[in-house]
Each structure stands twice: as structure tokens, then as C-alpha cells.
Design a protein around this ligand. Structure first.
Ligand SMILES: Cc1cc2nc3c(=O)[nH]c(=O)nc-3n(C[C@H](O)[C@H](O)[C@H](O)COP(=O)(O)OP(=O)(O)OC[C@H]3O[C@@H](n4cnc5c(N)ncnc54)[C@H](O)[C@@H]3O)c2cc1C
Length: 382
């Protein structure tokens, strides 16, 4: 029994959360990605899952158009250090937590990326950074609803499909909910990440980020120990992700990659921003789209901890591909999918047309890196 078109399923878990008979489980298909499976014996065909599924067009909650576009950054230096971009999400989360609320984000737990509701700043700090893998929402929407009904202030951050899933589950807006969707390039199945790190001899780790303190590098760690760190151009997983080879199939036809948003706020990178004197010298400045008046109010409520200046939406759209359309599906993807079940992740990537290009750019990058280090050694002795 299939709930929605397999290639459109985002794995958002709304069906799983709404089923009163627990008749829906999530299992990996042969591509390694998680999809809902209905247990025909437990299902009473009440149709609730179909009513809330965001991939089915009937009954969908409507999205909002962008109202205002800001270039924004956190003023908390400590929060920026480990942030994916300019630390806006974590600063908003900390503000809500300090005012007695709960902020939901994702963290790695037993090699799964799962949602967690943080009630302390230290707890939320574990969510900082971007992981380019699918987070399993499980029962989190139920937990969010419970908090909202109790009157607790809730911030929920996730990919746009997860925010749509949450809205579908709730079926109404709550004044005490701040929903934040991230600009998103797609998510790879977590099974790929686990297999990849295992292939590097890394069995035990409690965090992986692709964007954080080390910029655009994949970093796996256990506590304070960094077990693996590679810049995007010399990491085959990172490259395959960026080039559109290994994300979930739905990510290549993502209906959320547009200026119609389900979050009160949307946060991403402000690529192509013309920096002015009032802006700090950070690696990244974020784009923050206010899609509802409530979103803008929350941003203002953070006072001096988040600085923002209005910019034309067109400026943000110009260089941020993921606000204009889905990431491209790599021409080698069909080959990758056909090889993966038998050969696993790395061998399959290596047999696609992506590999020779990856090797070339990795060699070029290493040569440039080596040359700059040698120059530094000669000039400064370090
Ligand atoms: C899978 C993914 C793809 C992205 N692609 C783009 C892109 O193409 N273009 C762009 O401009 N921006 C993209 N972003 C957004 C960008 O990387 C930053 O997350 C965003 O700018 C917020 O930065 P920040 O410093 O405020 O976040 P932080 O303060 O570091 O907080 C990060 C937040 O992201 C959440 N998060 C991290 N990984 C996931 C995940 N896998 N699923 C759900 N939530 C997650 C954390 O829970 C946390 O709430 C992507 C983010 C993700 C997670």
C-alpha cells in the first residue's frame, strides 16, 4: 500500500504522527532512504494519513509569500563560532529558551539525526551547525502540539518539508509557535553517512556537521575529539551531495524551493550580498525572510542580539539557487541508484561520471593548498 508518490515523499513523518493505530512505520528502501510502510493488518483505512500528507494536494494548509527580506547576523560571538551561517537560528532559540520556551532542533543520537526539544541553552548548542542528511521527525509533531496546547512558547526549526509537515499535523496556527524553515539544498539518507564514516574506520561519533566552526568542511567528532575533518572539495561524500547525486529523490523536484514558505521565518545564506560598513566581517551573513508578521515580531523581540538590515528580495534571489528551484539531479544518479544496493556508497559514487571530475578538482585544490602552505613557510617560517 503506497500513501503518496514514492518520488515525492519527503519522509516528513506527518502520516506516522497522525496514525492513531500506529499502523505506519518508516523503513529504508533499496536506495537507503526512509519511507513510510503501512501495516495492512493494523490499518483501519480511516484515511487520516492521506488527509495530512503534504505530498498529496488535497487538504493542504496554504503557504505565505515573503513579506520582507533582511541581511542578518547574531551579535553573540560565541554563538557565531559554531553556527552554520551567522548564528541567527541559535540566537532566536536562546531568546525563546531564556523566556521559558522550548526550542526544537536536530541532534545526532545513536547514529540517527533526531529532533529534540531544548529547554536550556546548553542543550540547544548541540543542534548548532548544518547536517546535510535527513532528520527523522518521529513523534516530534505530537510533542510540539502538546507544548503548544499547554501554552508553552515553541520554536521549531527544520527543512521546509518538515515545517509543512508540522503545519499539516497541527491544522491551525498557534500564536505561541515560531516556525523557522531553512533554505535547503536537499538531504542525503543518514544510512549513507553512517556507511561512509564506518568506511573511514569511525564507528563511534556523537556529532557530524557540514557547516560550522570549520566552514564548509565535514567534521565528525566524539565529545571534544575531532575524528574526521575534510574540506568539501576533497571529501567525496560532500561533493556527491553538493552535485546532486545522493540526496533523497524528492529533493530533485522540491516544491518548497521558492518564495512561497511555510515558516514564519526562512533562514539561509545571503550569497551575493553587497556588504556595507555596518555589517561585521563574518564569513557568512544570513538571509532572513519574514513570511508572517509574527516572524518579524520575534526577530524584533531579540533586540540587540540579532542585527538586521532590509535588502531587496531580488538581491537574495539572484545568487541563492535554492530559493528559486530544486537542486539539479546529477546525470549519474540513475547509475548510482542501480549500483548502490550491491556495491554500497563509495564504490557506487566512484563508478559514476561524477568521480573523474571530483578527482580533478580535489587534486587541484590539494596542489593550491600545498603551494600556499609552502609560501607561508618561506615568508613567515610557520
Ligand atoms: C540540509 C540543509 C541544506 C541547506 N542548504 C542550504 C542552501 O542550499 N542554501 C542556503 O542558503 N542555506 C542552506 N541551508 C541553511 C544554512 O546552512 C543554515 O542552516 C542557515 O543559514 C541557518 O544558519 P544559522 O547560523 O542561523 O544556524 P545555526 O544557528 O547553526 O542552527 C542550525 C539549525 O539547523 C538545524 N538543522 C541542522 N541540520 C538539519 C537537518 N538535517 N534537518 C533539519 N534541521 C537541521 C539545527 O537543528 C539548527 O536549528 C541548509 C541547511 C540544511 C540543514
Amino acid at each position: 500500500m503506497e500513501l503518496c508518490d514514492h518520488n515525492k515523499c519527503t519522509g516528513c513523518c506527518t502520516c506516522y504522527s497522525v496514525c492513531p493505530h500506529h499502523a505506519i512505520q518508516f523503513r529504508s528502501d533499496e536506495s537507503g532512504a526512509l519511507y513510510p510502510v503501512i501495516d495492512a493488518n493494523a490499518c483501519v483505512e480511516c484515511g487520516l494519513c492521506r488527509m495530512v500528507c503534504p505530498a498529496l494536494t488535497q487538504n493542504v494548509i496554504s503557504s505565505n509569500s515573503v513579506q520582507k527580506c533582511f541581511a542578518a547576523w547574531s551579535t553573540d560571538k560565541q554563538l557565531i563560532e559554531n553556527a552554520a551561517s551567522a548564528g541567527v537560528v541559535t540566537t532566536l532559540a536562546c531568546h525563546i529558551i531564556r523566556n521559558g520556551g522550548t526550542a526544537f532542533g536536530v541532534k545526532l543520537h545513536e547514529k540517527q539525526l533526531v529532533f529534540t526539544g531544548a529547554t536550556s541553552v546548553n542543550e540547544y548548542l548541540k543542534c548548532q551547525g548544518s547536517r546535510y542528511v535527513h532528520a527523522f521527525a518521529g513523534d516530534v509533531y505530537t510533542e510540539v502540539k502538546q507544548k503548544l496546547d499547554e501554552g508553552v512558547m515553541v520554536m521549531f526549526t527544520g527543512t521546509p518539508c518538515q515545517i509543512h509537515g508540522l503545519r499539516q499535523y497541527l491544522q491551525k496556527d498557534y500564536e505561541n509557535l515560531l516556525a523557522v524553515d531553512l533554505v535547503c539544498h536537499g538531504v542525503a539518507p543518514i544510512t549513507y553517512l553512517n556507511e561512509y564514516l564506518q568506511g573511514k574506520g569511525i564507528d563511534d561519533y556523537d556529532n557530524v556537521v557540514f557547516r560550522g566552526k570549520n566552514g564548509m568542511s565535514m567534521v565528525a567528532s566524539l565529545g571534544e575529539d575531532v575524528l574526521y575533518r575534510k574540506y568539501k572539495l576533497v571529501d567525496i561524500f560532500y561533493t556527491a551531495y553538493l552535485k546532486g547525486l545522493i540526496s533523497r529523490e524528492n529533493c530533485y523536484q522540491c516544491p518548497y524551493a521558492s518564495t512561497q514558505r511555510y515558516g514564519d521565518l526562512t533562514v539561509g545564506d545571503f550569497w551575493g550580498l553587497e556588504r556595507t560598513a555596518e555589517m561585521p566581517n563574518h564569513r557568512f551573513i544570513s538571509v532572513v525572510l519574514c513570511n508572517t508578521a509574527k516572524g518579524e515580531r520575534f526577530l524584533k523581540d531579540c533586540g540587540n542580539s540579532i542585527r538586521y538590515v532590509e535588502r531587496p528580495l531580488e538581491m537574495a534571489l539572484k545568487k541563492n539557487g535554492q530559493l528559486n528551484g530544486s537542486c539539479s539531479r546529477h546525470p549519474g544518479r540513475d547509475r548510482f541508484l542501480s549500483l548502490y544496493p550491491q556495491h554500497g556508497l563509495v564504490k557506487s559514487i566512484k563508478r559514476t561520471s561524477l568521480y573523474p571530475k571530483y578527482l580533478k578538482s580535489a587534486i587541484q585544490y590539494r596542489a593550491l593548498f600545498f603551494a600556499s602552505k609552502t609560501k607561508q613557510l618561506i615568508l613567515h617560517g610557520t
